[in-house]
Design a protein around this ligand. Structure first.
Ligand SMILES: [Zn+2]
Ligand SMILES: [Zn+2]
Length: 420
């Protein structure tokens, strides 16, 4: 290694500390002959300023790659049961030589009765999706950071955007910008089914109770059933897997369930939004002259046409779920056609202790009892699901990331009274 290159290495390594972003910098003139690509793994706070360096004509490009890829600074590749890996734009760029000639059109001129034509290609920083995701995974679910939710075949391309990875459709035109991740072999169900199932039952003159267990991932369900913390849920037919939406947080999850639409369409893709852009199941139920109620905790999460009945921790035992149950039972005994009951205790405990911590399993067990009481009294159909799941963190638990623990939840349909 020549001394100048060595000095450049030192400069770059010094620059790669703090948390950072990927950037590419082209230095020097257009090199002739051998053009090495210089890759540095680390983190940089700001794009490197190396354009004043001289004497590096033989280096065409410097790629600075984030040292750690995580669900929050890159694109995830997961299955419903495993987090396969995370990739940043820089890693993708450095790992694969991306020079994809894309046909843009033809141009021709007439001269002396002859036509001279030329085809125009541009070089795009793009890679065939199959080079990243094995061909055996034929069905994929793509989620974008803007709340896009697309089921696609394993074809198309990944393109490096401005420090993002975009999915480009096989037609090379349509795209999902800034991928949060790709789920391989996704389950057919999603929490958006809650909207369609509810509507279907109401249209068939069946009453529906939608029970939402906040922050209860499918892996927690399996664990709880196996370990005897959810005896009532275990007595029901096994839950199906359903996907949540991105970001897997309460607002986005509830809006997806109430509208049947992904966040991209209903406008709720994070904890920031409360207003829903598309009609909800409550609007539809009103048109059908159905009587609806929603039993919530102490905070109104979304602005819906149906005002939620809020519940505070009256007995100061640290949870509102017991008050929620009490209120829900009032409605169960009334003549309601649609009743939404949203329990919060599993999520609260998951944040405080972790997704499968004994304290969280205690919350699961308590909630399981509440669900049993409601289901045994309800006359009609019951849908039991969750807005999102919960993953372990070094401290406790959290959700909102592109990982299977947050994105796969249980989905159960059962009957109320007369179930046995
Ligand atoms: Zn939630
Ligand atoms: Zn939460």
């Amino acid at each position: 290694m020549k001394w100048k290159v060595f000095v450049l290495c030192i400069i770059l390594v010094l620059a790669v500390f703090a948390a950072g972003k990927f950037s590419t910098t082209t230095i020097g003139g257009v090199a002739t002959g051998y053009v090495p690509v210089f890759t540095v793994v680390g983190d940089v706070e700001k794009p490197l300023k190396v354009d004043t360096l001289e004497g590096f004509e033989r280096i065409k490009e410097i790629v600075v790659v984030s040292g750690a890829a995580s669900p929050d600074n890159g694109m995830g590749i997961i299955s419903p049961t495993e987090n396969i890996g995370y990739m940043t734009a820089g890693r993708l760029y450095a790992g694969i030589r991306l020079n994809f000639p894309v046909f843009e059109g033809k141009s021709s001129v007439e001269n002396d009765g002859k036509t001279y034509g030329v085809s125009i290609y541009t070089q795009r920083r793009m890679v065939d999706l199959k080079t990243v995701i094995e061909e055996k995974h034929g069905n994929l679910l793509i989620m974008g950071r803007n709340g896009e939710y697309r089921r696609v075949k394993n074809d198309g391309y990944l393109e490096i955007g401005d420090n993002t990875i975009d999915y480009v459709c096989p037609d090379l035109k349509n795209r999902v910008a800034d991928l949060a991740g790709i789920m391989v072999d996704p389950p057919v169900g999603s929490i958006m089914d809650a909207y369609y199932d509810t509507l279907h039952f109401l249209e068939n003159d069946k009453n529906v109770m939608l029970i939402i267990l906040d922050g209860f991932g499918y892996h927690q369900y399996l664990y709880a059933v196996e370990a005897g913390h959810a005896n009532f849920l275990a007595s029901l037919p096994p839950a199906n897997m359903a996907t949540s939406v991105y970001r897997p947080v309460t607002n986005a999850g509830l809006a997806a369930m109430y509208t049947g639409k992904p966040p991209e369409e209903n406008g709720v893709n994070s904890r920031k939004q409360k207003d829903i852009k598309t009609p909800t199941v409550f609007n539809d139920a009103l048109v059908m002259n159905k009587k609806c109620a929603m039993v919530e905790g102490d905070i109104k999460i979304l602005n819906t046409s149906l005002e939620p009945r809020l519940n505070v921790d009256k007995n100061s035992n640290g949870i509102t779920d017991d008050e929620i149950l009490e209120t829900a039972l009032e409605y169960v005994n009334g003549d309601y056609n649609l009743l939404v009951v949203h329990f919060h205790g599993i999520d609260d405990s998951g944040h405080s202790y972790g997704d499968i911590h004994p304290s969280t399993m205690e919350a699961v067990s308590r909630t399981d009892g509440y669900v049993k009481e409601l289901v045994s009294r309800w006359k009609g159909k019951v849908v039991i699901t969750a807005d999102h799941g919960m993953h372990s963190t070094p401290e406790a638990g959290d959700h909102g990331s592109f990982c299977f623990e947050d994105l796969i939840v249980p989905y159960i349909i059962t009957d109320g009274e007369g179930r046995k």
